[in-house]
Structures are given as structure tokens and as C-alpha cells.
Design a protein around this ligand. Structure first.
Ligand code: CA
Length: 361
């Protein structure tokens, strides 16, 4: 990080602010004009790993086109300009968010603008650390709850339930499973994840594009907001300042609850070798985002800055065969700061498991 490669080095730190609106600017990228008089190439098209340097070079291939200027843009934001070619740039990837990055060169010749775009996909630096979740205790869990969200609030567990006509938000004594307070949702709403921030409960809905807000002590409704983008609501957690939500893709959306009409940041989740999507229930654990991957027994631990998968946790085999008979998939991660342990459950699971993480696959 912060290595200096000379005048033409692009520092990622400058890029960070450029990258925030990248997802909205990609769509507005003009099409390449496919002009033949210049090339816009990178040394390693395709997959690049965090920390790799991308050599980006724009060169003239036809001297009949005199050069006026070149504008270099990454993800729609100008990062450099030049009045001469070739112009190689050593692009540092350290600290960039993972996913696709577009590198465009707008070459102006004889007053006419021509653009070419190339791209690379940035993935995590290295393989995640592998763990296995092993149950150390189990507690009763409502087998009729289609569990969609799970988070500790002091000595209680906040839980949300899904399915049209059955959705709810509730506070539960985590040791006994006894429901202390429950609010039913309207039959037209499919409840999804839930989290608590600054004394307020935020509960997502699946396709209703609405986040419901409740008082965290009473679960009395106190408001709602519409999602800033037409995405599905799946899981939600927070980093103490921002809400972080999943939508079933590999994207995680950061939203400031004081300004929920905009998305403040999007990260895309990748391991060192692939995109990791179907991210569902979320949990903030000591500076990492944990997510369970829908339809699997897998959890991933994600770097909230970049989207890199840093840990992989296999959590299969928690339920016995008879317990699993009427249960659906694992969905629900809660970290208890008092015990410093993770708790896992699932949709229609009869048990809540306190687990420890053992190294291994
Ligand atoms: Ca959670």
C-alpha cells in the first residue's frame, strides 16, 4: 500500500471516493466506438487479485490521427489526463472494492472524441480461513418461526419471521425461547431480516421494498422507509452507524438510517476464486460481516471495506435427522457479546445452537 511508482501511478486511496457511486455510473458508460487508431489494454484482463498491480496502457496504433488529449477514467470517474501517448499507468488494486472495474480511455483527435473501455474483475487476495461450527449448547427455538433475522439485544434475542400471513417481529428470552413481545405484520408483508441500531429495530420486507422501524424496547411501530433502490430485502445488520443489507445477490448495501433515501456504499462479495452470492442473514461480528449463504450450510466472514471473503464456516449437521424433518435451511446468525459466541438457527428449526468455531474444512 502507498507504494510509489512515479508520476503515472494511480493511488487507490484517491479511488475510494470515486468508487462509491460506481454501481450507478457503470450503466451510464458510453459504448466504445471501436475506433482502430488507438488501443486501450491492460496486462492482466480477466481476474485480478487484491494487491496485484494492473498495467494499463493506451497507445496510438495509427499515426494518421494526431492526438489532442486523452482522459483516463475508472468506473466513470476521471483519474488522469495526458496529451501524449503511449501512457502506461501502474494501477494499484490494494483497497479497491472487489468486483468489476471499468477502465476507459477517451481519446480526442482532431476535435473528435473516441472512447474504448476495458475491464478487470478484482477478487480476494487469498483463500479464506476454513472453520467448522460445532454446537456447544442448544436452546429451544419456535419450530413454527420461518426465521429471517436474529440478533441479540441485551439479554434477549430479536427475531423476525417470514411468510405472507405469518410474518412477525419478536423479542425472545434466548435461553428458554419464551416470547416476551411479538408484533404481527400485515398479511401482505413478507418479513425478512432485522437489526437494532440506536434503540430502533429495523425489519426488512422481501418484495415490499419497505423497511419497518420499531422501538427496540416495546416493538411499537415508529416508522418505515422505502428502499433507495428496487431490490429485494433479505438480511440486515449494522456497523454501529450504517445499516447493511443483502438482497440475495453478492452485493451488500450500506445505508445511513438518517438518510435512507440513498445507498452510501455497495460492496460485492468475492472469494479468491469466485463470486459469492445468495447472501442472506447477516451479522456484524468484531468488524467483520458474517453472512449465511442461502440453501447451504455455509457461512462466510466478509471484509466490510472490500467485500473479500476472509473466512468460510461450515455449519452442517447441527440438527439431528429427526429435528431436521420439518426444518428448512439454516438462516440466522447472532453474536452474543456477553458470551463472545455465535448462535445459529434456521427456518422452522426447533433449536437455537450456540457454536464454537474449530479450524478445519
Ligand atoms: Ca443476525
Amino acid at each position: 500500500m502507498n507504494q510509489f511508482f512515479g508520476r503515472k501511478t494511480i493511488f487507490f486511496a484517491v479511488f475510494i471516493s470515486f468508487l462509491i457511486p460506481s454501481c450507478t455510473t457503470k450503466e451510464s458508460q458510453p459504448e466504445s466506438t471501436e475506433e482502430d487508431f488507438f488501443s486501450n489494454e491492460i496486462s492482466n484482463p480477466g481476474t485480478v487479485h487484491e494487491g496485484d498491480t494492473v498495467l494499463w496502457n493506451v497507445a496510438l496504433t495509427d499515426s494518421l490521427h494526431p492526438l489532442d488529449s486523452v482522459i483516463f477514467s475508472m468506473d466513470g470517474k476521471v483519474v488522469d489526463v495526458s496529451d501524449s501517448l503511449p501512457y502506461p499507468i501502474r494501477l494499484q488494486t490494494e483497497g479497491l472494492t472487489l468486483g468489476q472495474h471499468l477502465l476507459s480511455a477517451e481519446v480526442v483527435s482532431q476535435g473528435k472524441s473516441n472512447q474504448k473501455t476495458t475491464a478487470f474483475t478484482l477478487m480476494a487476495r487469498s483463500a479464506p480461513q476454513a472453520f467448522v461450527a460445532k454446537a456447544i449448547h442448544s436452546y429451544p427455538h419456535d419450530p413454527k418461526l420461518y426465521t429471517q433475522g436474529l440478533e441479540f439485544v441485551g439479554n434477549q434475542l430479536l427475531m423476525s419471521g417470514g411468510q405472507y400471513g405469518q410474518s412477525s417481529i419478536r423479542l425472545v428470552d434466548w435461553k428458554t425461547g419464551k416470547v416476551a413481545i411479538e408484533r404481527k405484520l400485515e398479511a401482505s408483508v413478507f418479513g425478512e431480516g432485522c437489526t437494532v441500531l440506536d434503540g430502533k429495530v429495523y425489519q426488512l420486507s422481501w418484495k415490499e421494498l419497505t423497511c419497518f422501524i420499531y422501538d427496540a424496547n416495546t416493538l411499537n411501530p415508529i416508522g418505515s422507509f422505502k428502499y433507495p433502490r428496487a431490490i429485494e430485502g433479505w438480511g440486515i445488520t449494522n456497523n454501529g452507524k450504517e445499516l447493511i443489507m443483502s438482497d440475495g445477490t453478492n452485493k451488500l448495501y450500506f445505508i445511513d438510517p438518517k438518510n435512507p433515501s440513498t445507498i452510501s456504499k455497495v460492496i460485492e462479495v468475492f472469494s479468491h476464486e469466485k463470486m459469492v452470492d445468495q447472501l442472506n442473514e447477516l451479522e456484524w461480528v468484531n468488524g467483520s460481516i458474517y453472512a449465511n449463504v442461502y440453501m447451504t450450510d455455509d457461512l462466510v466472514g466478509i471484509d466490510p471495506q472490500t467485500g473479500a471473503v476472509k473466512s468460510f464456516i461450515y455449519a452442517g449437521g447441527l440438527l439431528s435427522a429427526s429435528e431436521a424433518e420439518n426444518a428448512e435451511v439454516l438462516n440466522g446468525i447472532a453474536y452474543n457479546p456477553a458470551t463472545k459466541t455465535l448462535f445459529l438457527t434456521g427456518k422452522y428449526w426447533p433449536k437455537l445452537f450456540e457454536v464454537e468455531l474449530a479450524k478445519g474444512k
